[in-house]
Design a protein around this ligand. Structure first.
Ligand code: ADP
Ligand code: F6P
Length: 768
């Protein structure tokens, strides 16, 4: 697997999951070994950490065991101790007796116990504290799964310097089901502590965003949730979207290619008596996996003589899981009784049609089983993804084999050339099994080829790239690149998927304008390509946006313009707009202009120095504002070449800030100035210029072609309003706008610009 180095941009990666990737197994003689933990989480995440290295915080699988941190391969493992009460109340109780059934369509009845909830909170707090003690400054914490949904919020309080990602490996339920949870608001708030929340499927992410809007003060803008500022924290955004998980497809294919694996596959079939057809099921022994439905369909086919017990074998591998939880114990009893009945009724002395194996196997043995199987039967009633289905496909380089797959597994979104079934429909399931057993080789090949393409296109590197790329881009926009020592203005080696933040409609419109022979790319600065900060002089352009604009500025037929309310001097203080960038820059809301042959534009907009009258007027205005507002705590007056700006961002009381703005406006109008309203700023000018007028003048002086304009503030509306139907206006963040498209924040703007670069020049910004 390639393409993941540098994903974290040099920041430490801290993985946090209920279980460590290895469980400690203690033998009867007291000696202990480490064994890979069960489940899809480890299968997916392990290859990522092999490449990236990480600290991994989690439980080692046994109660009351204190284990010192230790190294394993590229990982430093930090075991969290769980007492037997923790295991009973937090793990078996709230995690697997409440959340697991609730999140899986209430297939089993979830139990709601306050004592379980209380322990869940305490154990989550312990995990958060452990991560807070362990993580390096500016690290990325990646928290996994339903057992730890409160950790993001708890961790953010303890370590605001960290960038936090959360990935839910199981489904997120529809609102009607989730709302049953007595602690629903706390869970949503817990998750919203993350910067990025990943889900397996689109409906999961939609449901979460809908519920978050209902139970908290957030507002959804596309995939992003906007959290308002509160007394304790500034406003921020949370990306909540689907990132379908996958496997290291190449690694599975490599094991499948080995002669010894293929020999073992032949041996397995011999051991089974060389049946005409071998069917296979591989699951944790979990009631969500639809094992009972599968066995019922198989039994009925045998009973009805639809299949011949001497020709066909079903091998069911069911790995032990959560054996002390009631519903799991009951399931095991039922499955084992059914297996006995089927073999008792349909087996012979030398042959059993159903082989049931209740244990774990090595990767090599699993792959040999996949190669041996003519049909893989995956019938969960609900499953986040189901990696077994993807593993089977990845192993079948011979393009043979049939996958019968439940529509209710996440994998069905990608593997739609499987025989898709509703496992509740036993007749439909029987029909699909028969169809699979009799499928011609050519059809198998066609379907398998399509499915293999899907698994290879979205392998685990692609998943990690999408998720970690989004997390890293948040980290970048929060200036964490500073903390990690990345040189300012450089993107660093972060391999970000540029599409991460680009809404589909924006992508489509970009595609339309990208190839125009002449293209003007114009953007506002603060709040658009540079995140808003408390002190204006600290604002910095996002490295990725800078890189994109630099490339565009040198691309044939493209001009780049920066239209800012700042004066040109104020802009230069931020390290942007200094010189040599080849950009057209207009400052002071269209009153200043540089980097362009202004002759034509000048006539239309009147640039240049203030006239003598204007200069005198300005002098009077400055004195007046200084006297009336200069002494107000938190108010900052910014002198500009053609006016003055009154900033109230640092006035703590909102009411007071509003009053001061109103006072400033009164004063400005009394002086006959032109007034502009911005976010916590009121601007006054002796000239009537605005961004719309200057944008119009610039485009008039260039060859005919479309304009892209991006802006976040009220003053950018002047520019949006001069755009025509073939142009593209993109508003950044909430608020009314004349723009036709919208993205949530500057990181998304950077992604839009990166996408435009890719469409125009073929250059992918930030990839290895
Ligand atoms: P879940 O995460 O719910 O267990 P998945 O299908 O997504 O389900 O992942 C299961 C993972 O566990 C797969 O990688 C599969 O190969 C592995 N697995 C399942 N059963 C066994 C077993 N008996 N021995 C070894 N690995 C197993
Ligand atoms: O996402 C499924 C999951 O719960 C993972 O968190 C875990 O790796 C796996 O199943 C196994 O579950 P457990 O740790 O309860 O045995």
């Amino acid at each position: 697997m390639t393409g993941m180095q540098g994903l974290t941009g040099g920041r430490e990666l801290v993985m946090v999951s209920n279980r460590l990737p290895v469980d400690r197994v203690v033998a009867s003689d007291g000696s202990s070994t480490w064994r890979t933990s069960p489940g899809g989480l480890v299968t997916a995440v392990e290859p990522i950490v092999e490449q990236l290295g990480c600290v991994w915080v989690g439980w080692a699988g046994n109660a009351d065991e204190r284990i010192e941190p230790f190294e394993l391969g590229q990982m430093r493992l930090e075991p969290v101790e769980l007492s037997s009460d923790d295991v009973e109340l937090y793990y078996e109780g709230f995690s697997n007796g409440t959340l697991w059934p609730l999140y899986h369509d209430v297939i089993a009845r979830p139990a709601f116990h306050r004592q379980w909830w209380d322990r869940y909170r305490r154990v989550n707090q312990r995990f958060a504290e452990r991560v807070a003690e362990t993580a390096a400054e500016g690290a990325i914490a990646w928290i996994h799964d339903y057992q730890l949904q409160l950790v993001p919020e708890m961790l953010r309080k303890l370590r605001p310097d960290l960038t936090i990602g959360f990935f839910l490996h199981i489904p997120f339920p529809p609102r009607g089901i989730f709302e049953q949870l007595p602690w629903r608001r706390a869970i949503i708030n817990g998750l919203l502590g993350a910067d990025v929340i990943g889900f397996q499927r689109v409906p999961d992410a939609i449901s979460f965003r809908t519920i978050a809007e209902r139970y908290t003060h957030t507002q959804a803008l596309g995939n992003t949730l906007v959290l308002p500022a509160t007394d304790d924290s500034p406003g921020r955004t949370v990306l909540a979207q689907e990132f379908p998980i996958s496997i290291d497809a190449a690694a599975f294919a490599e094991v499948a290619r080995r002669p010894e694996t293929q020999a073992r596959a032949r041996e397995i079939r011999e051991e089974l008596g060389n049946p005409k057809r071998m069917m296979l099921g591989v699951d944790r022994l979990d009631y969500t996996k639809g094992i009972r439905h599968r066995l019922k369909a198989f039994e009925e086919l045998l009973t009805d003589d639809e299949i011949d017990a001497s020709d066909i074998v079903l091998v069911q591998v069911a790995s032990p899981s959560r054996e002390r939880v009631d519903a799991y114990r009951k399931l095991r009893d039922e499955v084992e009784v059914t297996v006995g009945r089927i073999n008792g009724e349909h087996g012979t002395i030398g042959h059993a049609p159903l082989v049931y194996l209740h244990r774990g196997y090595t990767r090599e043995e699993m792959v040999a089983l996949y190669l041996a199987a003519d049909v893989l039967v995956v019938t969960p009633l609900r499953d986040g993804m189901n990696l077994v289905a993807k593993e089977y496909v990845a192993c079948r380089e011979d393009e043979q084999g049939v996958l019968v797959l439940s529509e209710f597994a996440g994998a069905a979104d990608e593997l739609n050339d499987a025989l898709l079934v509703n496992p509740h429909d036993i007749e439909g399931l029987k029909a699909a099994l028969l169809r699979a057993v009799h499928m011609p080789q050519e059809e198998q090949r066609r379907r398998m080829r399509q499915m293999r393409r899907a698994v290879h296109d979205n392998d685990v590197a692609h998943w990690a790239n999408g998720f970690l790329g989004s997390v890293a881009s948040v980290s970048e926009s929060r200036g964490a690149s500073h903390a990690s020592g990345l040189e300012e203005g450089k993107t660093g080696p972060i391999s970000i998927v540029p599409q991460a933040f680009v809404p589909r409609s924006v992508g489509d419109r970009l595609r339309r304008i990208a190839t125009a022979s002449s293209l003007l790319v114009a953007t506002d600065f603060d709040g658009t390509i540079a995140p808003i900060v408390r002190r204006p002089q600290d604002a910095r352009i996002l490295p990725r946006a800078r890189q994109a604009l630099e490339i565009l500025a040198t691309a044939p037929g493209v001009r780049v313009a920066l239209l800012t309310g700042r004066s040109l001097d104020g802009l230069a203080q931020t390290g942007t707009g200094t010189s040599g960038e080849g950009w057209i820059i207009s400052g002071s809301h269209g009153s200043e202009l540089t980097g362009f042959d202004v002759s034509g534009v000048m006539a239309a907009s009147g640039f240049g120095e203030p006239t003598a009258d204007e200069a005198e007027w300005l002098h009077r205005v400055n004195r007046r504002f200084e006297r009336v507002l200069g002494g107000e705590p938190g108010v900052r007056l910014e002198r500009k070449p053609f006016g003055i700006a009154v900033h109230t961002r640092e006035v703590h009381d909102e009411e007071q800030s509003r009053e001061l703005q109103a006072a400033a406006v009164e004063l400005g109008l009394a002086e006959g100035l032109h007034v502009r309203e911005g976010k916590q700023v009121r601007e006054f000018s002796v000239r009537a210029s605005n961004k719309g007028a200057v944008l119009q003048s610039i485009r008039d002086a260039l060859p005919v072609g479309p304009v892209l304009f991006l802006g976040d503030d009220v003053t950018d509306e002047d520019a949006f309003s001069v755009l025509g139907p073939d142009d593209l206006g993109i508003k950044v963040g909430p608020g009314e706008s004349a723009a036709t498209e919208r993205v949530p924040d500057p990181a998304a703007v950077a992604a839009v610009l990166a996408r435009l670069v890719e469409l125009r020049t073929g250059i992918v910004i930030g990839s290895d």
